[in-house]
Design a protein around this ligand. Structure first.
Ligand code: DGL
Length: 280
């Protein structure tokens, strides 16, 4: 395994850029290959079988790029597919559920944790399972908030409509008295301001992407896989290559908004060429 190989990261589309942003912040010298499956987005309303097939193709694509580590940035894929596929690859693969769940358990004071995500993530109960494996006394309250994804994509960040929808969705979380809320979807960190205003300052928000980036850094340090550019003075910034499964235009404009600067190197790929089933 080469320390100077890129980190691979995949998502159903642009949402994984919230995780990418955290990786760049914590590991600025790492090269990253990002695959956004914009042609088949969204994953969040699909079945386990389909999401698992897409996940295998996304991983196969990244492996072709000689990555040293793979991050499944998509909560839906991390929830329903990762457990099934993880043992089939030699490369280290990390999803966003465990880091987010662990941070929530560490943060809560009243042992009442809320989870919000897509239908796939919430239906899988993945967060609750990890939380209960860490501490069986935790009370977990889960809720699908599917409208948050298009609102974030359409830049409805601080609009009245978004505030009203958030209030409506999150009322039950208020009622059950949680003190910690996991943003269990790539897009939700973009609505952090609205969600935190609705929940009030007694509730801590956990950004699974942020927690995942911290865990990636720890794992790279532990396995001596930190890019050698990190120790140069001054450290050299990473190289970023983006690949998408349909026209890059929308990805490019949303990415510019998500990251605050324009991105080059966005290439369209035919993801259907990659195996959707395990090749024996
Ligand atoms: N990336 C997905 C997730 O984190 C949200 C968008 C989708 O449904 O594909 O669950």
């Amino acid at each position: 395994m080469k320390m100077n190989s890129p980190i691979g990261l995949f998502d159903s589309g642009v949402g994984g850029l919230t995780v990418f942003r955290e990786i760049v912040r914590l590991l600025p010298s790492e090269d990253v290959v990002y695959f956004g499956d914009v042609g088949r987005y969204p994953y969040g309303g699909r079945s386990k079988e389909i999401i698992t097939q897409f996940t295998r193709q996304d991983i196969a694509f990244l492996l072709e790029h000689d990555v040293k580590f793979i991050i499944c940035a998509c909560n839906s894929a991390s929830s329903v597919a990762l457990e099934e596929v993880i043992g089939d690859y030699e490369i280290e693969l990390i999803g966003v559920i465990e880091p987010g769940a662990r941070a929530a358990v560490n943060k809560t004071k009243n042992s009442r944790i809320g989870i919000i995500g897509t239908h796939a993530t919430i239906g899988s109960n993945a967060y609750a399972k990890v939380i209960h494996s860490l501490d069986s006394d935790m009370k977990v309250f889960s809720l699908a908030c599917p409208l948050f994804v298009p609102l974030a994509e359409e830049a409805y960040i601080e609009k009245e409509a978004t505030y009203l929808i958030a209030k409506d969705y999150l009322q039950t979380m208020h009622d059950v008295g949680i003190d910690t809320l996991v943003l269990g979807c790539t897009h939700y960190p973009l609505l952090k301001k609205v969600i935190s205003e609705v929940m009030g300052d007694t509730v801590t928000l956990i950004d699974s992407g942020e927690e995942t980036a911290k865990e990636v850094r720890q794992k790279l340090v532990k396995t001596n896989l930190i890019n050698s550019k990190t120790s140069e003075i001054p450290p050299i910034n990473g190289d970023y290559n983006f690949f998408v499964s349909d026209v890059p235009d929308k990805f490019s404009s949303i990415a510019t908004r998500f990251l605050g600067h324009h991105m080059e190197k966005i290439t369209r790929v035919d993801i259907s060429r990659y195996p959707a089933k395990l090749e024996l």
